[in-house]
Structure formats: C-alpha cells, structure tokens
Design a binder for this molecule. Structure first.
Ligand code: ADP
Length: 373
C-alpha cells in the first residue's frame, strides 16, 4: 500500500513515531528510502525533505550525472554496482579521457576522431585519448524522483517543505533512550514570498539517517554536538554552447568534464579545495569585467583552454553575475568518496558529494542492507 505524502502545511500532521526517518530526499536519501522499503518492509519510514522533489536548489538536480569506470581499485565494486542500479537510466555514450602526453592505454586521438571533436579540442595539444565505452550520462534528478516514487509506492511516507532539526537528548548529544528525536519545521511561503515556519512537530525514530547533502555535517554538529571531518564546496557548472547529440561522448581533461546536455555541453570543473566556513558565492572578474563564474572556476577553465579550445570561444557562457550560472553546495566527504557513518545508538550520516555519480547508489544500498539486517 502506498505511503502518505504531505506537500504543504494545509495537510494536518501530528507528532508520530517511525521506525526509520530519513532526512533529505536528494539522490542519497531517496535511494536509501527505496532500498529500505524493499529490504525492511515491516519498518515504518518517513522521508523528510526541505524543498520539493528533487529540491530545485539541491546538488542532485545539478549533478553532472556522468558514470565512468576510472575509479580507485577500492571503489570499483561500488562503481559497478551503481552502474547496475542505474540500469536503463544510463545513456551509454562513452567518455574520452584526453591527454597531452603518450601514456599506457591512451591511443592517438586520431583513432576516435569525429568531425564534432574539431569544434571542441585541439589535437595538437591533446593528441592522445583513452576511450571508456561503458561510460555514460544520466539525470540524477530523474533517478531520485523514480527512487522516491518507488519508496512511496511501497509504503514510505514523504513530507516535503519541512526542515528537520536534530535534537540530542543524551549527555553525548545522542539519544539516551536509544530513540532519535527530530523536530520537523513545516515551511510555508507568505504573500511577501517569505519562507516561514508554520508548524513544528516532534517526531521520534528508532533509527534516523541524515542524508542532507552539504547541510548534513552542520545539521549533525548543531543538533547532536558531534564534529565530523567532512567539508563542503560551492560548485558551478557553466554551459558551453557547442553542438552535441545524445550519442556524443563525455570529454575529460585534467579532471574537467564536458558533459553533453540538451544540444550543448555542461562544463564540470574539478573542485580545487573545500570552501571556508561563511564563504558566500560571488562572481569573479575576467580582464576586469565582472562575470558570474567564481575565480577558481575561471582559473580551472583558463588552465585547460589550450587543449579544450572550445572553452576559449564564443560558446562559453560566463554570465554577468553569480545568479546566471547554475551552482550548488556539495558535500566533500572525508576521503573524497560517498560514505555512510554510524554516529551513535540511533543516528547515521549518509553523504554523496562530488563522486556520488560514480558510487552513490551503491553506498546508499549498502547502508540499507546494514540497517535492514
Ligand atoms: P545528496 O547527493 O547527498 O543526496 P543533495 O544536496 O542533493 O545531496 O540532497 C540533500 C537534500 O537534503 C536536499 O534536497 C536538501 O533540500 C535536503 N535537506 C538539507 N537540509 C535539510 C533539513 N534540515 N531538513 C530536511 N531536508 C534537508
């Protein structure tokens, strides 16, 4: 039987107890909820999300959605499982890893050359390319929606527009009675477009999993007094208006991806460092002219322009202010890879972050297996 959905405060909700509460319905939380309904169908489950599904400002909706096999040996089983879990959602278009120098496994770019590449790269600077024919692209937002819908269809409750606040009750900030307490602030929008708390309800959970993306570590710290080693960064993904088709391969050069999307490309820069606490995303300047791209992103593009010649052309959309360029805060889990972590008797943390495209679904599944077992 389907679970209940609360989308707005007009739908009454009183305090309740659930066996499982998942905070955050991004790709990690939604995948976890789906697997938990499958593996532990006898457990009641509430999925609580601050925004919509998926959150319009979340990291999930802006995720590059690129799967490839170039992962460290310790991550390859998770990467393969994630690929299997993606199933038909993956558009297998391949990836070309471009190189300035001859390396093992990198044939000449001439072997994979297509006329389309001429508009994007300079083969004089990047003469070698290693194809990954099993690589592909997908929409992380669609996968999240499908996972959340499957969870609801199999009995999970979902509450949207609700901000969860963790409440520590023990001396160590964790649930002394083995039960997690979470205050749910139900949000509403006034006529003046102000977001207000319209109702606050206390919910208890046998087990509570924080899958709140970049907000997860600070939620845990504020609510439970637990300091974690994870960091966050603001990543922008500008658009490159150079023609692509659904079968165009993803291009990669020195950690920067060109991801085919909607007839053009999304530029996915590498993340240089965690952002300091309190960083407010701001646009940078290019030869004195204000642009929407932050300086670190501009530097990443400038460093790679020789080889990825399209970045130096008219096709790059640098914007005029930060609002012009899609961007989101993402988690940087300690060690760089998606992970779950047990925090105490009744609390867990689940983090996707930068490499969630590659192994996120598998890590969510692994936690579900552990919780169900
Ligand atoms: P991930 O890749 O880890 O799933 P996302 O940022 O895409 O990361 O998803 C995290 C989700 O958690 C977002 O949709 C965000 O709105 C939600 N979220 C963040 N903080 C809270 C909170 N306090 N209460 C409820 N949901 C939250």
């Amino acid at each position: 039987m389907s679970g209940q959905v609360w989308a707005h405060v007009g739908q009454p909700f009183e305090s309740a107890h659930y066996d499982l509460v998942v905070v955050g319905a991004g790709r990690m939380g939604a995948a976890l909820a789906r697997s938990l309904r499958e593996l532990a169908p006898h457990c009641s489950l509430l999925l609580a999300e601050e925004g919509g599904l998926p959150n319009e400002e979340g990291a999930t909706i802006l995720a590059p959605g690129v799967w490839h096999a170039d992962v460290p040996p310790g991550q390859s089983a998770r990467a393969e499982e994630t690929r299997a879990l993606l199933g038909d959602a993956l558009n297998v278009c391949g990836l070309l890893d471009l190189s300035t120098e001859a390396r093992e496994g990198f044939p000449s770019v001439a072997e994979v050359w297509t006329p389309e590449l001429a508009a994007l790269i300079d083969p004089g600077v990047l003469p070698f390319a290693r194809p990954d024919r099993r690589a592909g692209t997908y929409s992380a937002g669609s996968v999240t929606l499908a996972d959340a819908n499957a969870a609801i269809a199999s009995g999970a409750d979902l509450m949207l527009n609700v901000r969860a606040e963790l409440c520590g009750t023990g001396v160590d900030g964790l649930a002394a009675d083995g039960v997690a307490h979470v205050r749910l602030h139900r949000l509403s929008v006034t006529n003046m477009h102000e977001v207000i708390v319209a109702q606050s309800v206390m919910v208890t959970a046998g087990r509570l999993i924080v899958a709140a993306g970049a907000a997860g570590p600070s939620l845990v710290e504020a609510g439970l007094g637990l300091v974690t080693p994870h960091r966050t960064a603001y990543r922008q993904t500008p658009r490159l208006e150079v023609g692509s088709t659904p079968s165009s391969p993803v291009l990669r050069h020195a950690g920067l991806l060109l991801r085919p999307r909607d007839g053009g490309y999304t530029v996915v820069p590498p993340i240089p460092h965690p952002d300091p606490w309190g960083y407010v995303p701001t646009g940078g300047r290019l030869v004195g002219v204000p642009v929407g791209l932050r300086r670190e992103t501009l530097d990443a593009l400038l460093d790679r322009m020789d080889g990825l010649s399209a970045l130096a052309g008219e096709g790059l959309v640098p914007g005029r202010s930060i609002a012009d360029i899609p961007g989101a805060w993402i988690a940087l889990p300690d060690g760089g890879w998606p992970l779950w972590q047990r925090l105490g008797a009744a609390h867990w943390l689940l983090l996707g972050g930068e490499h969630a495209d590659l192994t996120g679904l598998s890590v969510a599944r692994e936690l579900a297996v552990g919780l169900a077992g």
